[in-house]
Design a protein around this ligand. Structure first.
Ligand code: NAD
Length: 692
């Protein structure tokens, strides 16, 4: 079936966009629209034309896959030119979303009507590009300039009611959209045709002063992203040059942006997110179990946040802890989290009440009996976990999924404590669990395919990005982080300061540097892990510099001192001469003379430590694909989206160069800790990439 259908109703040509699921404006759809526009314009029996999509999507915009290839004509600007050339009135009938190229298609129509609850927007900036088909020139001619710039530089959506106030939408239709479109079109027949291109940009006052100020604001908010400032430049052109010149300028800037590494990385992340749910041996039609009720064991840091996820999704959840006191503490934390969101105006009080009413708290484990999934979030000890799973096995109803939130323990061993290992799986949430989007779904040896499929689907329902990981110590994210942490401490041994390392990583784009992160998480946590490692993995080399910090009781923010110091009630890390003394004493102890290390080396050692371990994880099949590893770091560890994740970043640098750097680190301080991953060596030799 053609992707654009055409019919004539009451003398009005109706072009229906039909490219499920979102009416992406791929080549075939564009060609279809073009052909039907021409046909309608030439047909004396047709007096006007309506373009309409589905009830949910007028159009979600360009087909992003085409950005990586040579685009076949007609391109969207060609379709827009045809729209401009139409002699007959052209009406866009928007149902649901008109986004990006979809809104540009609508803006090039002469009138726009929309069903209630529709939304429009130009979110191109989120992919590192700009609206390249007249969007930057038409939007400021119909919306006030400041509003147009806000929408385009943030990618925010505009609800239809607001769009109507501004005149972007001519009429809101409450009944059937097509019938509404036909009757609206009849009402404008004979009236002069209006084109947005013929209007002047809506800017009062001096453009120079206005854009000077806007540029300053946008530059501050868009660190590392090239597109927002280019959008401002296009908007300025819309205010100062004729429309056709503005179009040319816009297209030239688009062509530059689409080739930037930043945009390629953001597009990679967009696709990577959609890939994670695809599991080669678990087909999409694998039957799933229904999750109507949930239970969480442990009302601590993680349990409370996990329970909030269920309540947010409208799923009743029972939290079980050993004492009423623990439950009370957990519930009051949940309440204060919700209350903070209400006070910021992001949640209504009645919605908070509804969510709180979905959470019940019990001390009796028998209360989990009716749950379809039980997520255990008790202390991180194998004996405690196994004991809990033995009990859950005896209580949970048949077919219930038994999940563990362990961060490091062997899920196969936990499953072995039950008589139903096929129902056991890992659900590794990240802290704070109600905020962080990453969910590592740990597939144990005996986990059933339906259990895996159900958990992935549940992850999406909880608005997480579920990524499958095999069983190994630390799973994908923390196993890589250990190598990153190891290097961060070696850098201190050699003479770098926490603020230099954190500064270099912040400049690279990480949400925070490693030492700020350690101080925030609590240095005692890492210390406990290292103490365990000293026993289990004597082959693994650690700097003891962090132990020296912990030996002084410097556990980070919670004790007011760590790698940095902190003012009471303030989380801002302040470089601390006392800590410097501890570092200097440690260097003396191990006989290392402090030297200067470049920011470039810092970034390479930390990021390539992630990449090298990521390659091992990929090679061992712990991760299904390189882009899954990227998603773990983008959604769980603050890796900058415009770098695409560690594996994609390595691809953009070139694997041969990454390997050469790692080989040079082998000759440097603690070079013995570097072993180039066999997969990295192989791909580098073959001139290939991690992300094919
Ligand atoms: P926590 O100490 O804050 O909370 C644990 C809770 O479990 C406590 O309230 C405790 O009373 C309760 N509990 C212990 N044994 C119990 C039992 N037998 N029955 C009922 N309740 C019991 O710990 P947390 O930080 O929430 O961690 C929980 C789990 O999540 C651990 O496995 C941890 O490794 C994992 N995890 C933690 C983080 C994090 O950042 N804190 C991140 C990811 C995963």
């Amino acid at each position: 079936m053609s992707e654009a259908q055409y019919q004539v109703r009451d003398g009005i040509g109706v072009i229906t966009l039909n490219n499920p699921p979102v009416n992406g404006l791929g080549n075939a759809l564009r060609a279809g629209v073009m052909e039907h526009l021409k046909k309608a314009d030439a047909d004396p029996a047709v007096s006007a034309v309506v373009i309409i999509g589905t009830a949910k999507f007028f159009s979600g915009g360009a087909d992003i896959r085409e950005f990586n290839a040579k685009r076949l004509p007609p391109d969207l600007p060609d379709v827009n030119n045809q729209q401009d050339a139409m002699k007959k009135p052209l009406v866009a009938a928007i149902g649901g979303f008109a986004l990006g190229g979809g809104l540009e298609l609508a803006l090039a129509c002469h009138y726009r009507i929309a069903s209630s609850r529709s939304q429009v927007g130009l979110p191109e900036v989120k992919l590192g590009i700009l609206p390249g088909s007249g969007g930057t020139q038409r939007l400021p001619r119909i919306l006030p300039m400041a509003e147009a710039v806000r929408l385009m530089t943030t990618g925010a959506m505009l609800p239809v009611e607001k769009a109507k106030e501004f005149g972007l939408i001519d009429e809101i239709v409450t009944g059937d959209l097509l019938e509404g479109a036909l009757s609206f079109t009849k009402s404008i027949l004979g009236k002069p045709t209006r084109r947005i291109r013929d209007l002047k940009a809506k800017l009062d006052g001096d453009p120079k002063a206005f854009f000077g100020q806007v540029r300053e604001q946008v530059a501050k908010a868009s660190r590392g992203y090239p597109a927002p400032l280019e959008i401002v430049a296009c908007a300025e052109v819309a205010a100062t040059l004729p429309f056709d010149e503005g179009r040319k300028f816009e297209r030239a800037r688009f062509d530059v942006l689409v080739k930037t590494t930043e945009s390629q990385s953001l597009r990679h992340a967009f696709f990577a997110e959609r890939q994670t749910a695809k599991i080669p041996d678990v087909p999409e039609d694998t039957p799933v179990r229904e999750i109507r009720k949930a239970a969480v064991i442990g009302a601590g840091t993680m349990g409370g946040g996990i329970a909030m996820n269920f309540a947010n999704a409208g799923i009743p959840v029972t939290i079980v802890d050993m004492t009423q006191d623990a439950l009370d503490k957990g519930l009051s934390k949940i309440k204060s989290n919700y209350a903070a969101t209400v006070s910021k105006g992001r949640l209504k009080q009645d919605e908070m009440d509804k969510r709180m009413s979905l959470i019940s708290a019990k001390t009796n484990l028998d209360e989990i009996k009716s749950a379809d999934i039980v997520i255990e979030a008790v202390f991180e000890r194998m004996d405690v976990k196994q004991e809990m799973f033995r009990k859950l096995d005896g209580i949970a109803k048949p077919g219930a999924i038994l999940a563990t939130n362990t961060s490091t323990l062997d899920v196969d061993q936990i499953a072995a404590a039950t008589t139903r290992p096929q129902d056991v799986i890992g659900t590794h949430f990240f802290s704070p669990a109600n905020v962080m989007r990453l969910l590592e779904v740990v597939r144990a040896k005996k986990t059933g395919k339906d259990v895996l499929a159900t958990t992935m689907k549940l992850g999406k329902a909880l608005k997480k990005v579920p990524v499958v990981s095999g069983v190994c110590d630390g799973f994908i994210g923390n196993r890589m982080l250990e190598k990153y942490g190891q290097q961060s401490l070696f850098l201190l041994d050699e003479g770098a300061s926490p603020q230099q390392v954190d500064g270099a990583m912040a400049k690279f784009g990480m949400a925070m540097g490693p030492f700020t992160m350690y101080d925030m998480a609590g240095n005692d946590i890492g210390w406990d892990i290292r103490k365990r490692r000293y026993q289990e993995r004597p082959d693994f080399i650690y700097s003891k510099i962090a132990d020296r910090i912990c030996e002084q009781g410097r556990f980070g923010q919670k004790t007011g001192k760590g790698f940095y110091k902190y003012e009471p009630g303030n989380r801002k890390p302040i470089p601390d001469p006392e800590a410097e003394k501890i570092f200097a004493a440690y260097r003396k102890e191990i006989g290392v003379k402090a030297k200067t290390i470049s920011d470039e080396e810092i970034v390479q050692r930390l990021v390539y430590a992630l990449v090298n371990e990521g390659a091992n994880i990929l090679d061992e099949g712990i991760a299904l694909r390189a882009s899954d590893i990227d998603m773990v770091y983008l959604t769980g560890y603050g890796f900058p989206p415009y770098r695409g994740g560690p594996m994609f970043y390595a691809d953009t640098v070139g694997l041969d160069k990454v390997l050469a750097s790692i080989q040079s680190f082998q000759k440097g301080y603690q070079g013995i800790a570097w072993k180039p991953a066999p997969l990295l060596v192989k791909l580098a030799k073959e001139g290939r990439r991690f992300n094919q």
